[in-house]
Design a protein around this ligand. Structure first.
Ligand code: ADP
Ligand code: GLC
Length: 476
């Protein structure tokens, strides 16, 4: 079985969020399971080709779009997976992947459109005969459209994974021409969306199968509350829509071997976890290692429920608990959280993207806050639990599928339903009480979450079963 796997970010080469984690971990696991994987991503400025020993190959690919030619140089790395990086500095030699804190790059249609053509041209020129082309999110969802509509490769099956329906790649209608497509696919049943071009919609319509990253989210996105305008299309294609929960790479996220944390530990000596909290609080200048430590790590975007935290700062500052917040994103959130720095005895904030710091936080935390408005899957909660940190989350999407409230038999986390400050603060209070009033139970729960299995093993076989079913099916 040969799979071309395309993603706009792949860990460890470039990452802004969970897409990179999953693309990195899944492509590797597929290769471990004997699938021949060719993984493609753009060569951004921040990809460190020396560190990862990427080698430039002889070949280059030319893509002509809108009367302009884009030449891609190709870098390669063989590591179980065959990785290919498409390099064109005009398109990808920029400071950010998708846009600055002020907004998206205006030519994202051309950037990712040209990338998708580049992948198709590479497949063609190398005469690769993939069984499956697997794309991820809107940035690569032009691939299934091109596979059938432009390249006529009807014997290839296509899978699109939706990691987040909130981002759809919507552009003015003349993107049809800019992307070298025919107007015949600009209609309601294909790429058209309120007189604009919607690339994710095109991917949904053209793909042989669509997956999303948790069973609950797969149901949610067929409703107006979560469908971001695509609920009708998703309902129409329900028969080819599957929810497969993500997992994390247990080699990448492991408190026993993590080099960024103060003291390594595992479930058998998990008391050592508290050394991390002690050292970390000392390092950042917060006192109270006998108090519960709440952490938040994530993109500062509405999705993450960051407004609930903003609105609750005054209440949180009065709790007998510490809070550490790490994130970056939309300008207004960055500004708000920056303004908190140094103003509260029990709140520490870092605005930015900082993986080593995030690892210290996972290792030191008692509770992870994840009050998301919606959450397709969420990896933070899985990583946190692997590090023995309990999860306080809103019961939505993948959080619902991975966290069970302690009020339920064998529950091991704290969930709240309604998206309101009241319910959020109530959940925080339940956590604080658990910590102070039932310390033994709290510690047992820490051990419990460390032994839950959030690895990608069983999930990978679900993707392989899907690939196999598609490969042998007559339809496309
Ligand atoms: P999303 O993909 O929606 O951002 P996920 O929970 O799926 O959310 O994945 C987030 C990933 O990004 C996790 O690996 C998390 O640790 C990481 N992450 C998010 N924000 C930061 C940050 N500011 N610094 C370091 N890591 C971060
Ligand atoms: C998206 C979602 C997140 C999910 C990740 C990986 O960015 O917001 O919930 O875990 O993709 O699939």
């Amino acid at each position: 079985m040969m799979v071309v796997f395309a993603s706009s970010e792949i860990y460890p080469f470039a990452k802004t969020g969970g897409l990179a984690d999953v693309a990195g971990a899944l492509s590797k696991k597929l290769a471990d399971y004997g699938i021949k994987v060719f993984a493609f991503m753009p060569m951004y400025k921040r990809v460190d080709s020396e560190k990862y020993e990427l080698r430039k190959i002889e070949k280059s690919i030319t893509v002509s779009l809108g009367g302009k030619s884009y030449i891609f140089e190709i870098y390669k790395k063989m590591d179980g997976v065959s990785y290919f990086f498409l390099k064109n500095d005009e398109l990808f030699g920029r400071d950010y992947l998708y846009g600055t804190p002020e907004g998206d790059y205006p030519d994202n249609d051309i950037r990712f459109g040209a990338f998708c053509y580049g992948v198709m041209e590479f497949i063609k020129s190398e005469n690769l005969r993939p069984d499956i082309i697997h794309s991820n999110d809107w940035q690569t969802s032009l691939l299934p459209v091109l596979t059938y509509h432009k390249y006529g490769m009807h014997d290839v099956k296509t899978v699109l994974t939706i990691h987040n329906l909130a981002y759809q790649g919507v552009f003015d209608k003349f993107a049809v021409e800019r992307l070298g497509l025919d107007w015949e696919i600009f209609h309601m049943e294909a790429l058209e969306f309120y007189d604009r071009v919607n690339l994710l919609k095109g991917g949904i319509v053209f793909s042989s199968a669509v997956t999303t990253v948790s069973p609950t989210y797969a149901k949610e996105i067929t409703t107006p509350e979560y469908g971001h305008g695509l609920e009708g299309v998703l309902r129409k294609y329900k028969g080819k829509l599957y929810g497969i929960i993500n997992g994390i790479d247990y080699r990448v996220w492991d408190p026993e071997t993590d080099k960024c944390i103060y003291t390594n530990y595992c479930v058998f000596n998990f008391e050592r976890k508290s050394d991390n909290k002690r050292s970390f609080l000392r390092e950042i200048g917060l006192s109270g290692d006998n108090r519960p430590l709440f952490i938040f790590i994530g993109r500062f975007a509405k999705q993450k429920g960051i407004d609930l935290i903003m609105d609750s700062v005054s209440e949180l500052s009065k709790k007998d608990a510490n809070f550490i917040i790490l994130g970056s994103g939309d300008r207004q959130y960055n500004d708000f959280f920056s303004s908190l720095i140094g103003n509260y005895r029990n709140i520490y904030v870092k605005v930015g993207y900082d993986e080593p710091l995030s690892r210290k936080m996972y290792a030191s935390g008692d509770f992870l806050l994840m009050p998301s408005v919606f959450e397709p899957c969420g990896l933070n909660q899985m990583i946190a639990m692997r590090y023995g940190t309990l999860v306080v989350a809103r019961a939505t999407g993948g959080l619902k599928d991975t966290v069970k409230d302690i009020m339920e038999p064998e529950g091991y986390g704290i969930l709240f339903e309604q998206f309101s400050k009241d319910r959020f603060l109530n959940a925080v209070d339940r956590a604080v009480r658990l910590y102070y009033d039932q310390l033994e139970r709290f510690k047992d729960l820490q051990k419990t979450v460390m032994t839950l299995d959030f690895s990608l093993d069983s999930q990978t076989s679900k993707y392989i079963k899907l690939y196999e079913a598609l490969k042998y099916s007559k339809e496309y």
